[in-house]
Design a protein around this ligand. Structure first.
Ligand SMILES: *Cc1c(COP(=O)(O)O)cnc(C)c1O
Length: 474
């Protein structure tokens, strides 16, 4: 399998290099040059096999030619052994034809663990084989940082530096990062905002001498290897709902920020999950709803909401879908992305949108509706949704309204992706329904654990010196 850049100007790479590079050198994102399909015989077996086995099966064609199959299976087994539910991504039925898929049984209580646990191990394995080391640098407003730290802690060949804005993450999120006691983990609180942290990381990537000097890499969802493992749970859900045996179509409603998770659903569809529909659920930050409805891809102001991991008005992974909407025309994608950078807007025309019509729909869910959904689902079923999942739930129900009858109404089995455990966002949940969800047992003492982090001023040279002094990769 080879990978090409969405902008068509970077070298084609094999999986291992795509993993370590992340972003393509032309600024584009890597996508596979062909889509593998799940074999008919194999599909029928999927429902009866353990999650890790299905995961290795689904991902293997994307890596083949690079790792040994047995090695890869070992990596995948180890990645999911730490999940606190045997099914890894269990389905819980809330109503006829309506399920939530719980993706929060990993170490940091959010779905990002599903991919990150694989990614950390892949990095370490590939680097060990090459006798190399790397420095992972990332900025976080919350969930990504803790998932990355848990995935990279104690890895032989990687050091990880995560920048968070001092005093601007939730207590749970900060403590999940700063109480990890591992020599290769470095938490840095920056005197500034999340945007300042992100700008520092970008500046470090653009400083070739620094980047090469510390062998810097990143782990945000522009990395193909972050998106790929997420396609697996779309396959397991479809298999459990009988979609492969009865050819029943299924609809997934996905709380969306950077478009990584829902793009993984698209990968699964391309691989043969029958007629699956993907609902792109957004909070007030609705650029994706707009582009899917009428092609308006223009940056809006970023609003802070009760579902902070979706407060994004620039969804990097959308570029991957855009390539297919534009029928593989990389020059056109490069042009549109340039326009986006210069003006903060571009339009996806009707012909391009028609290529995916029926696959994606977008819904925007406001704050009141989000809290209302938490309240009413709890009242009706006793099940607690986190605010991100509530956005997905509300979007799924909006879709069942009569005006969307062409999308199958409620007759279509619908899976809402539960992207975080409610205890990760206890204030919003309590505000909505009066119940404060407790942290699961293994994190019950989180508030008593000792925190370790350094505070640095928002100054590139200071942060670079800090990293240079501490990384083992230099
Ligand atoms: C990251 C995140 C999302 C958004 O996922 P994308 O892949 O960026 O679209 C949704 N919910 C939670 C809880 C998250 O942490």
């Amino acid at each position: 399998m080879r990978y090409v850049s969405t902008r068509g100007e970077a070298a084609e790479l094999e999986f291992e290099d795509v993993l370590l590079e992340g972003l393509a050198r032309d600024g584009g994102l890597y996508v596979p040059d062909a889509w593998p399909t799940l074999g008919e015989a194999r599909r029928r077996e999927l429902a009866t096999r353990p999650y890790a086995r299905v995961a290795a099966e689904v991902m293997w064609p994307f890596l083949s030619g690079n790792l040994e199959r047995a090695t890869f299976e070992g990596i995948v087994d180890a990645a999911y052994a730490g999940f606190r539910h045997e099914a890894v991504a269990p389905l819980v039925q809330l109503a006829p034809n309506l399920w939530v898929m719980e993706l929060f049984h990993g170490p940091t209580l959010a779905f990002k663990d599903v991919a990150m646990q694989v990614l950390g191990r892949l990095f370490d394995h590939v680097l060990a084989a090459r006798g190399d080391r790397m420095t992972i640098v990332g900025a976080t407003s919350g969930d990504t940082g803790s998932a990355a730290i848990e995935a990279f802690r104690d890895r032989e060949n990687c050091d990880i530096f995560i920048l968070h804005p001092r005093g601007r993450t939730s207590d749970v999120q900060r403590k999940q990062m700063t109480t990890v006691n591992a020599a290769n983990v470095h938490n840095v609180a920056i005197e500034g905002t999340f945007d300042d942290c992100q700008d520092l990381v970008k500046a470090m990537f653009n400083d070739a001498a620094f980047r090469d000097g510390v062998r810097m890499s990143g782990v945000n969802s522009i990395n193909w290897a972050r998106v790929m493992p997420q396609s697996v749970y779309y396959v397991t859900a479809a298999a459990q709902l009988g979609c492969f045996t009865d050819r029943r179509p299924v609809r997934f409603s996905v709380p969306t920020g950077n478009f990584g998770d829902v793009y993984a659903g698209y990968i699964a569809a391309r691989m043969g999950v029958p007629a699956s529909r993907l609902v792109v659920a957004s909070n007030r930050n609705d650029i994706l709803t707009r582009v899917l409805r009428d092609g308006d891809h223009s940056r809006g102001e970023v609003h802070a909401t009760v579902s902070p991991s979706m407060d994004i008005q620039s969804s990097s992974n959308f570029e991957r879908l855009l390539l297919d909407m534009e029928a593989g025309d990389t020059a056109k994608v490069a042009r549109l992305m340039k326009q986006w950078k210069q003006t903060g807007a571009f339009t996806v025309d009707a012909t391009a949108r028609a290529r995916l019509a029926g696959r994606f729909t977008g819904h925007r869910v406001d704050e009141e509706k989000t809290l209302d959904t938490i309240r009413s689902v709890y009242a009706d079923t006793g099940y607690l949704l986190d605010p991100h999942t509530a956005v997905g739930h509300a979007a799924a129900l909006a879709e069942a309204a009569p005006e969307h009858a062409e999308f199958g109404g409620i007759a279509l089995p619908t899976v809402v992706l539960a992207t975080a455990h409610p205890a990760k966002f206890p204030d919003a949940v309590e505000k909505a329904c009066g119940v404060r969800p407790p942290l699961p047992g293994f994190l019950a003492d989180l508030y008593e654990r000792e925190e370790r982090f350094d505070t640095l001023e928002n100054e590139l040279s200071v942060v670079q010196a800090y990293i240079r002094e501490r990384t083992r990769a230099a």
